[in-house]
Design a protein around this ligand. Sequence first.
Ligand code: SAH
Ligand code: SF4
Length: 418
Amino acid sequence: MADTALMPIPGQIDPVPVARDITPRADGRTDLLGLPRGRITELFAAAGLDAKAAKLRGKQVFHWLYHRGVTDFDAMTDIAKAMRPWLAERFVIGRPEVVLAQHSSDGTRKWLLKTADDHEYEMVFIPDETRGTLCVSSQVGCTLNCRFCHTGTMRLVRNLTPGEIVGQVMLARDALGEWPKGSMAGFADDEDEEDEGGYSSDGRLLTNIVMMGMGEPLYNFDNVRDALKIVMDGDGLALSKRRITLSTSGVVPMMARAGDEIGVNLAVSLHATNKVVRDEIVPINRKYGIEELLQACADYPGASNARRITFEYVMLKDKNDSDEDARELVRLIKQYKLPAKVNLIPFNPWPGAIYDCSTPERIRRFSEIVFEAGISAPVRTPRGRDIDAACGQLKTAAQKMSRAELDRLADEKQAALG
Ligand code: SAH
Ligand code: SF4
């Protein structure tokens, strides 16, 4: 088992342990998954290839690795036969380890994954009529502790590496059989339900990515950026930036950089329209308030009517769901002249949560008010509830909570009730 040392670095709320860029392996070989072209080339040069050969092999291996999904050097047919064992002795192309793969009755799939140093994280695939969206995690746990979010209750937090992030997308392509044809030989596809359903590579099931799994992507900026660059690279996974959405709870100082250096669509977890409520349910608001956040949205590079910013709004009964809240939301969006749409998310309760979901009538009314003001405000239907895949449930079970945590949550609930 590889041993990944965790280095504490200062976070906004808590110290955030980060992982090294290359996790040492017990067999001494280097896992190339997650590395950019230039780094692969450097490693090839360091292993003894001359500069020209390293550059050529780096380019070829990058293509096979990310564009074709190949995990075996022997399948890289344009690399000389004699060269392939040389590569295999020194390098591997890994995948995140799958602990559990679940398939919901509504087509949603969830995977519980494990890092080499034994941390669990999750990804979810949500197909609908027009697209298939993969919900990708950026951290194990989250330091931000939003009061309605299950992930925020996890004690253990570590940033996922670029390989662990891009590896989620690659694993989903493996499972869905969506690598360009002709490169499928030799794929490890040992989950028994993976070949169900009429999936074909031509139909392109996986069309969109949302960074809305576990963690705050802007607290793991470099790794998320590096992973998404590979996802967007035409010779990599080749997914358009228009099909990728990054969701943040409001890490204001990183938003402009996200626009400049990543350039994907932005989603912002607003969830409240005034300081008192947002301070309570999204604690990062105490640091970066609503005005600052909305100004950063107004300044977000690339936002336009064609590429609107999504405001996520979790519907919490008697907390943030009044007509007045809906009107205030409209007022704020108009005040900052934001090209925006609103996603209303019915709250998904979890054991120990101190909130309830708003009633369907309340959610409908809220949606109507926003909609009547000319802003699209669809209600997001919960998906995959039977496998706990729904939004904010990306933590497998309350069993993982320590006794102390459960007690603390119970106390909080008691206090909130009266
Ligand atoms: N940390 C980022 C991205 C991950 S959370 C963020 O907060 O934006 C993805 C979305 O799920 C966020 O909008 C989050 O607020 C929402 N969410 C979390 N827990 C939820 C729950 N129990 N019910 C409904 N939505 C939830
Ligand atoms: Fe973290 Fe997002 Fe959950 Fe808040 S909602 S605790 S930022 S994952």
